[in-house]
Design a protein around this ligand. Structure first.
Ligand code: SAM
Length: 280
C-alpha cells in the first residue's frame, strides 16, 4: 500500500507489469507518489474539474491527480503495455478514470471531457512542445482548458517564461505569454525519475487568460514573430523585410526602432507591430 492510496507502490506496479522503460517513448517514470501528488496540487482545485492527462505511463501522476480529488481524469497513453496497470487504478477509483490507448497527437479528447477542464502531463520533450503549441493556438480563445500543468526539461520551461533581453526569449515565450500566465512552479533533479534523464526538469503552470493581453491578429503575430526570430541576430528592418514594403515606417509606428533586434522587443511591441502590418 502506498502513502496516498490503497494501491501498491509504483516500483511493484512496474515490476508486476514488466514496464521496462522505453527510450523511444521518452519513458522516464516518477516513482515517488508524494511528489506526484505535489505536482497534482500545482494544477489547482480539481474537485470540480475534468483533468486531461497525457502519457500516464504506470500511473504515478494519475494517482496523484485522483488522490488530490480530481472529479474525473481522462488519460491518453500510447504504450499498450501500461494499460493493465492503469486499469487497476480505474478499478480503485470507480467511474473517475477513463483510459484511451492512443497517440495524443492524433486523438481528439474533447468528446470525452466535460468542462471545466484542466490539463496535466509529464511528457517526452518533443510531444510536450508540439502539444503545448497546439493548446496555445486553438481556433477560438478562450480555449477549452482552464490551465496546463506540464513537465518539461528545464531549458524548455525557461523558454516558456523568458523575458526580453534573455537568450531563452523567443517564439515560445511570446506564444505562451500572449494569452496565458506562465510560471515555473517546481524544479526536479534527474534523480526524481526512473531511469534518470540527462537533464533537469521543471513543471510549468499556464493559466488561460479570458482574452489576449494585447490586441493582435493571431496569424499576423505568429508570422511576424517567426520572421523576427528566424534571423534573431539581424536588425528588425532586415529580418522583417518581407513582411511589408515600408517595414521601417511600420516599425516606427509601432514604437520600435528599426535597428532593434527581436530579442529586445516586448510582447506589447510585437502586438503593436502585428496591428500595423495587418493594416495593409
Ligand atoms: N506520467 C508518467 C510519470 O510521470 O511517471 C510517465 C511519464 S513518461 C516521461 C512519458 C509517458 O508518455 C510515457 O508513458 C510514454 O509512453 C507516453 N507517451 C509518449 N508519447 C506519447 C504520445 N504521443 N501520446 C501519448 N502518450 C505518449
Amino acid at each position: 500500500m502506498s502513502t496516498i492510496d490503497s494501491l501498491p507502490p509504483l516500483r511493484d506496479v512496474i515490476e508486476t507489469h514488466e514496464l521496462l522503460a522505453r527510450k523511444s517513448l521518452g519513458q522516464n517514470f516518477l516513482l515517488d507518489l508524494n511528489l506526484t501528488a505535489k505536482i497534482a496540487r500545482q494544477a489547482g482545485d480539481l474537485s470540480e474539474c475534468d483533468v486531461l492527462e497525457i502519457g500516464p505511463g504506470p500511473g504515478g501522476l494519475t494517482r496523484g491527480l485522483l488522490a488530490e480529488g480530481a472529479r474525473r481524469v481522462l488519460a491518453i497513453e500510447k504504450d499498450p503495455r501500461c494499460m493493465p496497470a492503469l486499469a487497476e487504478i480505474a478499478e480503485a477509483y470507480p467511474g473517475q478514470l477513463e483510459l484511451i490507448n492512443g497517440d495524443a497527437l492524433e486523438v481528439n479528447p474533447l468528446s470525452h471531457l466535460t468542462p471545466p477542464i484542466r490539463v496535466a502531463a509529464n511528457l517526452p520533450y518533443n510531444v510536450g512542445t508540439e502539444l503545448l503549441v497546439r493548446w496555445l493556438t486553438p481556433k477560438e480563445w478562450p480555449p477549452y482548458w482552464q490551465s496546463l500543468t506540464l513537465m518539461f526539461q528545464r531549458e524548455v520551461a525557461e523558454r516558456i517564461i523568458a523575458q526580453p533581453g534573455s537568450k531563452a526569449y523567443g517564439r515560445l515565450a511570446l506564444l505562451a505569454q500572449w494569452r496565458a500566465d506562465a510560471r515555473i512552479v517546481m524544479s526536479l533533479p534527474p534523480e526524481a525519475f526512473s531511469p534518470p534523464p540527462k537533464v533537469h526538469s521543471a513543471v510549468v503552470h499556464l493559466t488561460a487568460l479570458e482574452k489576449p493581453r494585447f490586441e493582435a491578429d493571431a496569424k499576423t503575430l505568429s508570422r511576424v514573430v517567426a520572421a523576427a526570430f528566424n534571423q534573431r541576430r539581424k536588425m528588425l528592418r532586415a529580418a522583417l523585410k518581407g513582411q511589408a514594403p515600408d517595414i521601417e515606417d511600420r516599425l516606427l509606428a509601432a514604437g520600435i526602432k528599426p535597428t532593434e533586434r527581436a530579442e529586445q522587443v516586448s510582447l506589447e511591441e510585437f502586438c503593436a507591430l502585428a496591428r500595423e502590418i495587418k493594416k495593409t
